[in-house]
Design a protein around this ligand. Structure first.
Ligand SMILES: CC(C)(COP(=O)(O)OP(=O)(O)OC[C@H]1O[C@@H](n2cnc3c(N)ncnc32)[C@H](O)[C@@H]1OP(=O)(O)O)[C@@H](O)C(=O)NCCC(=O)NCCS
Length: 314
């Protein structure tokens, strides 16, 4: 049974926050942020702008592309670690907005790896229990957890949401080919975010996370390629979590691949956590940079620590 991606959609909040705006809030500069991260601008939810509304907008676009109606959906899985509230979850809010009464809906929390984890959960449920389609969402609004006096973190993150529709059937071998996920809770303290009081603020040891990413991501990508039976040359594009341009460049270098195969949009999104991979994926599909038959690798890493990659033939 093949499980293919039949639609994608994304949504960014209207309000943006440039590096120059940030340099008026904390002791930083456009030059520092650009040279250390590649980020120039990011989008931030307004105080009364629910994340689930952004998720719903992205879901509507994904459904429109796939030609599936909300009422036909069987499963909605949202990868988010910054939902509007603890419950009901983001997936249930989206269900209500779409009128997807027949769907089973829940959230998956795996921080910036959330979308990859959510796709893997949906795919596994489709294979094991026969769900014929699934809407998978990656959505986060970490701006609500940022300490706006901490220049080491406040310049990095942005908000956003994106969605993908998965459909099962016989598609001539297209669809998800291989995935490989991992976690290491013993190293969780280097990137944390709670839900009450002071603990609500995001804390990060940037250099620890940086070292973890440039070691683990290439390893995990190679492991996934090995599982798929493909060669790295067979992969058209590597759609990586958009945390830092330097991390992406170093991953490409470690894999011995040209940076051209590692598209980047973080200059205007910042790190949108669980939304970052599916936002970029949607942009590439809509720009026709991803064509039918291309092998695409998605790869994320983040708090937990968590990481994961998957390869699919579009
Ligand atoms: C956060 C990060 C960009 C910092 O870049 P870096 O090159 O490692 O910078 P350092 O932390 O070594 O800091 C260098 C200096 O810049 C300063 N600095 C930190 N943030 C700054 C900012 N926004 N503006 C100006 N200076 C800043 C530091 O205080 C430090 O000053 P010092 O040398 O006087 O102590 C980088 O570590 C990173 O991207 N880490 C991974 C983060 C990540 O991906 N998180 C998400 C995971 S999902």
């Amino acid at each position: 049974m093949d499980i293919v991606l039949s639609g994608s959609g994304s949504a960014l909040p209207e309000k943006n926050l440039t590096n120059d705006d940030l340099s008026r809030i904390v002791d930083t500069s456009d030059e520092w942020i650009k040279s250390r991260t590649g980020i120039v601008d990011r989008h931030i939810c307004k105080e009364d702008e629910p994340l689930s509304l952004l998720a719903l907008k992205s879901a509507q676009k994904a459904l429109e592309m796939s030609g599936i109606k909300g009422s036909q959906l069987e499963l909605i899985v949202a990868g988010t670690s910054s939902p509007d509230r603890n419950f009901p979850g983001c997936a249930c809010d989206v269900q209500a907005g779409l009128g997807a009464e027949g769907a089973v809906c829940f959230d998956v929390s795996a921080a910036c790896s959330g979308f990859i984890y959510a796709v893997h959960v949906a795919e596994s449920m489709m294979r094991a229990s026969g769900y014929k389609n699934a809407l998978v969402i990656g959505a986060d609004a970490l701006s609500r957890h940022i300490d706006w006096t901490d220049r080491t973190t406040c310049v990095l993150f942005g908000d956003g949401a994106a969605a993908a529709v998965l459909v099962s059937g016989e598609f001539g071998g297209r669809g998800i080919i291989a995935s490989s996920l991992g976690s290491d809770g013993s190293r969780g303290a280097c990137l944390t975010c709670g839900s009450i009081g002071e603990d609500k603020k995001l804390y990060m040891d940037g250099s620890e996370v940086f070292k973890f990413a440039i070691r683990k991501v290439p390893e995990n990508i190679q492991e996934t390629i090995n599982k798929s039976g493909l060669k790295k040359e067979d992969i058209s594009l590597f759609v990586l979590h958009q945390a830092n341009k330097r991390i992406i460049e170093m991953v490409a270098k470690k894999l011995g691949l040209s940076e051209e195969r590692f598209p980047i949009n973080l200059e205007y999104t910042g790190n949108t956590s669980g939304a970052s991979i599916p936002i970029l994926l949607d942009e590439l599909i809509r720009a026709k940079r991803i064509k039918k038959g291309d092998n695409i690798l998605l790869s994320g890493f983040g708090a937990g620590l968590t990481w994961g990659s998957l390869i699919f033939k579009y």
